[in-house]
Design a protein around this ligand. Structure first.
Ligand code: NIG
Ligand code: FE
Length: 405
């Protein structure tokens, strides 16, 4: 049974928009007065609403003017945590640095203590609440990292929470293991900790089917380049997809990401022209995290330079209790866009199919034949209103797998 959804004043299809590099707004590939024909959770056809209405078995009519676009994809979050870091944020506002707070045993360590102390039920409640808020804002695919467990038992606990929460959340959750977030206090040697993860945790993730993605925070204060590379190479050998917290304060991470063929290198606030070039030549998606720049009061990822050099740029929230507490993808993408001088096409691609590419998913992020019918509609009659309103106009209709939620 096919179902026609529409009419929409504009359908931003991004149907054939290139995966890498600079984009003019003509590459939004907009259909005016358009409709989307859906069958079995997928997009069957797009085109003018009027002509499609002749072949549809059923019509789901949209009564007022709307602009339709693909459901948003957030390819970088840390949505499972216990406690709060309001104290850290207050300290940072008065000038204390993120790295100094971590060095003194606060920051990520504080979230680790609270996450270890929390029951699975409490952690799941927090995850469901945040993920549903994200879905209501139009985010239909959400990557979720562990990384506040830092030992085998607690990392498994957190990833099980993600697995079990799937039944309660209509957005797709894509789990990633970030056990190598920082070295826990029980280990005095970082290399030893990574060897422990490699031997004791990674094989279990595969057996239990908890994730096929591994992340690491590459930074002198977390894991330095040399030892991080060995760990990630071992993970790749086991068959995992890789993603890296790279070049947030110091460079080095993006180089490993490119060398190991990681799906994405995320952060990149400290990347210089050398790293920009490396990323642009590679197939690794560069992920800007404006929420972390806003949360830490630091410079944005050089998004314009990355695109000009030819990279694939995704934009994600980094929603986490420390550096990125806001968790609003559209607000953050709009802010990054005006500071970094991005086109609407570059921004919309960065929060849809380019973010999906960072997750290794090519079944979503475009309104095109054969893609998942994950779509969102804004109550506006011109796509330019969406970013102009800086994320404060939210979608008021959301379809996941072709069903309105
Ligand atoms: O992506 N930079 C490392 N990790 C997270 C922050 C985690 C935290 O501060 O709790 C990030 O910004
Ligand atoms: Fe992060």
């Amino acid at each position: 049974m096919s179902k026609l959804i529409g009419p929409f004043k504009e359908v931003i299809t991004l149907a054939k928009t290139p995966e890498k590099g600079v984009l003019a707004d003509s590459s939004l590939l907009i259909i005016e007065n358009g409709g989307v024909l859906v069958e079995d959770e997928k997009i069957l056809k797009t085109g003018s609403f009027e002509s499609l209405s002749k072949e549809a078995d059923q019509i789901e009519e949209v009564e007022s003017a709307h602009v339709l676009m693909p459901g948003l994809v957030d390819c970088h979050t840390h949505l499972v945590w216990g406690g709060t870091r309001a104290r850290d944020y207050t300290l940072r506002m008065s000038g204390e640095s993120y790295e100094k707070i971590l060095e003194q045993g606060g920051g990520i360590f504080d979230s680790v203590e609270k996450t270890r102390g929390a029951s699975s039920e409490v952690l799941k409640e927090g995850l469901v609440k945040r993920a549903n808020r994200h879905l209501n804002d139009g985010v239909t695919t959400i990557e979720v990292k562990s990384g506040y467990g830092l030992d085998v038992g607690n990392e498994l606990k957190v990833l099980e929470v993600v697995k079990n929460a799937k039944a309660d959340i209509k957005a797709d959750l894509i789990p990633t293991c970030l056990a190598a977030h920082v070295c826990p206090k029980e280990f005095s040697d970082k290399k030893e900790f990574l060897t422990y993860l490699e031997n004791e945790l990674l094989p279990q993730l595969l057996v239990k089917g908890l994730t096929n993605r591994i992340d690491i925070f590459v930074e002198p204060s977390a894991f330095p380049v040399e030892i991080a590379k060995d760990y990630m190479a071992a993970a790749r050998k086991l068959g995992f997809d890789l993603t890296i917290h790279a070049d947030q304060f110091h460079t080095g991470g993006s180089q490993i990401a490119v060398e190991l063929g990681a799906r994405s290198a995320d952060h990149l606030e400290a990347s210089t022209d050398k790293e920009v070039e490396l990323l642009a030549k590679s197939d690794t998606v560069a992920v800007a995290l404006p929420g972390a720049s806003i949360g830490l009061g630091m410079q944005f990822t050089p998004a314009r330079k990355l695109l000009d050099a030819g990279a694939s740029l995704a934009i994600s929230t980094d929603w986490n209790p420390g550096s990125g507490p806001m968790g609003d993808l559209l607000v953050q993408a709009a802010i990054l866009g005006i500071y970094e001088k991005l086109s609407s096409a570059e921004i919309f691609s960065g929060i849809t199919f380019r973010a999906a590419k960072a997750l290794g998913l090519d079944d979503r992020g475009r309104i095109a034949v054969g893609k998942k019918a994950d779509m969102i509609a804004f109550p506006v009659d011109d796509y330019r209103e969406i970013l102009y309103n800086q994320g404060k106009i939210k979608p008021d209709m959301i379809w996941k797998n072709g069903k309105q939620i």
